[in-house]
Design a protein around this ligand. Structure first.
Ligand code: AMP
Length: 273
């Protein structure tokens, strides 16, 4: 395995814009709620930091969700040795409409063991207008939301990909014409989520109005892209991590947010099918 040499750094970007002040009773105006514009995170070698920061800033300023008024960059040295986790295999299901895409999502998530009611609740939250910075955690049987902060959600961080695996992933994705940072970053994120004990499956609908391909992922299903999951121009989107009904969510959140991981392709594994 070709490691990223030297110590690793966690680089995170968050871009937001102040929303309208909410009206309180008595005509007073209340707090402004920050609207999520974009975010990005990864683990990198120190020599990569300037290039990554430049890319993240360009992304924050040029995002199709509009201009932010605050951009926060956090760059921290990571002292722990990252855990090696398997990179999920990538596949695509081509759909002709959001209606068909929802049927596909339902069948994939029921294959992962979820009931129709819980899946529909997940889709409602992921496709809703309340865009969160992180993901919502939903219990697999009751459908109860389990994240401590339902406005922010749980933000997966401290994740990277091993160098030779990244080259192989890029080659595989290029064969399908999808070798973009959007897809690569999402595969790494989904691989970290799928490697987390207590997580059953993930559903993602992008909040980017130009990006209409979503995905369903789990250790068993792999990373399954589902096209035409929403109509072009829609600013809604979200991520759902379905968790085991009785799971204690604190260690799950701690792993997803804080434990450093590096995703690696097993030798001769498929990247794309
Ligand atoms: P994106 O795929 O970047 O358009 O993100 C879609 C939605 O996923 C966002 O609106 C967030 O709610 C959520 N999200 C994005 N990045 C993360 C992350 N690192 N961890 C958890 N949730 C995320």
């Amino acid at each position: 395995m070709e490691k990223i040499s030297g110590s690793l750094w966690s680089v995170r970007m968050r871009a937001s814009r102040k929303g309208k002040k909410r009206r309180l009773s008595g005509g007073k105006s209340g707090e402004e709620k920050a609207i999520h514009v974009s975010g990005a995170e990864g683990l990198y070698a120190s020599c990569e930091i300037p290039r990554i920061v430049d890319g993240y800033l360009k992304r924050a300023i040029n995002h199709p969700r509009g201009l932010p008024d605050t951009i926060t960059l956090t760059i921290e040295k990571v002292n722990e040795e990252p855990l090696a986790i398997p990179l999920l295999p990538v596949s695509t299901i081509v759909c002709q409409s959001p209606h068909e895409a929802r049927r596909v999502i339902c069948s994939l998530l029921s294959e992962a063991g979820l009931s129709r009611e819980v899946i529909e609740r997940g889709i409602r939250i992921a496709a809703g207008n309340e865009v969160m910075r992180g993901a919502s955690l939903i219990r697999s049987v009751s459908g109860i939301r389990a994240e401590p902060d339902t406005l922010r959600g749980v933000r997966v961080s401290r994740l990277g990909i091993e160098r030779s695996s990244e080259r192989r992933l890029s080659r595989g994705l290029a064969r399908g014409g999808i070798n973009t940072s959007t897809v690569k970053e999402a595969v790494v994120l989904a691989s970290k989520v799928a490697s987390c004990g207590g997580v059953v499956a993930e559903l993602c609908i992008s909040d980017d109005p130009h990006y209409t391909t979503g995905y369903v992922a789990s250790a068993g299903l792999g990373y399954v892209r589902v096209t035409k999951i929403k109509d072009p121009g829609s600013m809604s989107g979200g991520r759902i991590f379905f968790v085991e009904e009785k799971a204690d969510v604190s260690p799950i959140i701690d792993y997803l947010e804080k434990i450093p991981v590096i995703a690696t392709l097993p030798p001769r594994d498929r990247v794309s099918r």
